[in-house]
Design a protein around this ligand. Structure first.
Ligand code: HEC
Length: 122
């Protein structure tokens, strides 16, 4: 009985601690933590470069390897980390651009990993 009460006490303690933590953490830094976790898990997965090449066809109408128009950045040759982070930031509305938000919004983690791998090797 004593042990059971102790267990309940510990459980309540943990719950209270967790809610304190959540209360102290702003919405933005929480989503940054989630973002960092997703970046990590995408980078750890083995991505398929050929799938990335296939998906990249839909990016080519805007992103050119050679032409820097100023408005549309060159994404070829950027690091896998930077590409993954940028796409997740558009997807999570931490970067605001209507076009890229809607494009990134339709991508799965697998798609993002494959695209980031493909463009990083260009
Ligand atoms: C209709 C045009 C268009 C298409 C199609 C498009 N993009 Fe973009 N992309 C843009 C524009 C415009 C920006 C700059 C947005 C901004 O200012 O944040 C951008 C920015 C980016 C960035 C950030 C680059 C940086 O240096 O900050 C990445 C990464 C990116 N796009 C990836 C992709 C990928 C991957 C695809 C295909 C799945 C794609 N884009 C398709 C227009 C497009």
């Amino acid at each position: 009985m004593l042990l059971r009460n102790k267990c309940i006490g510990v459980a309540v303690g943990i719950t209270v601690c967790l809610s304190c933590f959540a209360g102290d953490t702003s919405e933005e830094s929480l989503s940054e933590v989630r973002l960092a976790t997703r970046i990590d898990s995408i980078l750890k997965e083995k991505s398929d470069i050929f799938y990335g090449e296939f998906l990249a066809a839909q990016c080519a109408s805007c992103h050119s390897k050679n032409e820097n128009t100023g408005a549309i950045p060159i994404i070829h040759g950027q690091s896998k980390l930077d590409l993954t982070q940028a796409l997740l930031e558009y997807q999570n509305e931490l970067r605001t651009n209507a076009i890229m938000q809607s494009i990134a919004g339709a991508l799965s983690d697998e798609d993002i990993g494959a695209l980031a791998l493909y463009f990083s090797k260009q």
